[in-house]
Design a protein around this ligand. Structure first.
Ligand code: GLA
Length: 394
């Protein structure tokens, strides 16, 4: 557990006064709807209990000072007229700088800042620690500088920050929206085309989310994530040609339409498109199942999602498959799948709360037997979104 007082104290020790505010932002797991966000589709993430905290004050100069308690590392840079410089070999600082630079691009004047950061979101496991850091920076500065930026706009601004040269990942909108807009004990159903959303109940009495770490660490930029995006763009071009319709995104092609034209699309693009189109339908089915309290139907969709990510989208790996397949065999598990971009990272299993230990033991035994390393896991329930926790004028 992160202790807010500890962050406040670290801030005072470093800067000689209390912070003006402390904000927090969660990581996320996506229950279902993978690789659909950048195709105008549907997603259903939850915020997790693991989060990033940030103590912040304005300073009377033009220096940005960041300190990470996790990395025990400081980064300083001076605000000049030109864009901020990218931090070399202090990767975490670039997420904050990217958001600050996006705010500057909209004409907002950023003063000198003092910032202390601490978090407990495991990094590089597909739990969106980067989006949490961006959103935490965004909500802090919105409050501190009294900016009138609605939530949706702030989430989009943080997404642009992730696309920028400071980070360089062409992510969709899911992670930033989840961190800012998800709700406690609910999942966020987001239409990534219209950006309309609603929350749906997640039965915390009946189901616990186990997050398993595959142990395979891949940085998004270095993986095939951007390549999948390109394949989908090519898929959209071919679907438009085949349907003779200028549909705006793959989401606008129905499963029936896809059936009728799929033979015209060469592999692997055909399989990529099939995943996206069937996954959107599975999200809609999952939302209905949650609303009706049908956890078995919900779990079934999750299992099918994994199979589709494994075979059609080809973003799973052996370790993820081992975890997911072993979890799925348990009678205490409603469903299991990889979560996030894939290529390593995490898998989730939705399990009956009283049998969580049994499930973890079973999956650990198989995983550890096969890979000869300890299986790490986290437990979570759908948790509250980003917020400013404490605000005091100096
Ligand atoms: C990453 C991206 C998201 C989304 C997922 C895959 O987490 O940041 O925008 O595309 O991958 O669903």
């Amino acid at each position: 557990m992160i202790n807010i007082d500890e962050i406040g104290k670290a801030f005072s020790d470093r800067f000689g006064h209390a912070p003006e505010l402390i904000a927090q932002a969660p990581g996320r797991v996506n229950l279902i709807g993978e690789h659909t966000d950048y195709n105008g589709g549907f997603v259903l993430p939850v915020a997790i209990e693991h989060r990033i905290y940030m103590a912040v004050s304005t300073a009377g100069d033009n220096v940005l000072r960041f300190y990470s308690m996790n990395f025990q590392e400081e980064y300083r840079t001076i605000i000049k007229d030109q864009p901020l410089r990218k931090a070399v070999s202090v990767d975490w600082a670039n997420y904050c700088i990217a958001v600050i630079e996006e705010l500057r691009q909209t004409g907002i004047k950023i003063p000198g800042l003092e910032v202390v950061i601490q978090g407990n979101i495991p990094i590089g496991r597909g739990l969106s620690s980067s989006a949490a850091l961006e959103i935490c920076t965004g909500v802090s500065l919105r409050e501190l500088l009294d900016l009138n930026i609605p939530d949706k706009e702030l989430a989009l601004l943080c997404q642009r920050a992730e696309h920028s040269e400071y980070v360089g990942v062409e992510c969709g909108v899911m992670d930033q929206f989840a961190s800012l807009l998800a709700q406690k004990e609910r999942a966020l159903f987001l239409d990534c085309y219209t950006l309309e959303y609603k929350t749906v109940p997640f039965p915390v009495e009946q189901a616990e989310i186990i997050i398993f770490d595959s142990g395979v660490k891949r940085e998004l930029v270095e993986t095939e994530y951007n390549q999948r995006r390109e394949q989908c763009a090519e898929g959209l071009r071919l679907v438009r040609l085949a349907l003779k319709k200028d549909i705006p995104t793959l989401r606008h092609c129905s499963p029936e339409e896809f059936e009728s034209i799929q033979s015209l699309i060469p592999e692997p693009v055909r399989s990529r498109v099939r995943h996206v189109i069937t996954e959107n339908q599975r999200v809609l089915d999952s939302v209905r199942a949650l609303e009706q309290g049908d956890m078995n139907a919900f779990g079934q969709s999750l299992n099918e999602s994994h199979a589709s990510l494994q075979k059609d989208y080809e973003v799973s790996c052996e370790e993820l498959d081992t975890i997911v397949e072993t979890a799925q065999e348990s009678k205490y598990v409603f469903g299991a799948r990889l979560t996030g971009a894939g290529f390593g990272g995490s898998a989730i299993a939705i399990a009956q709360p009283e049998s969580v230990n049994e499930v973890i033991n079973k999956v650990s035994k198989v995983y550890e037997g096969r890979y000869n390393r300890v299986l790490r896991y986290e437990l979570t329930k759908p948790a509250p979104p980003a917020s400013v926790l404490h605000y005091s004028i100096r």
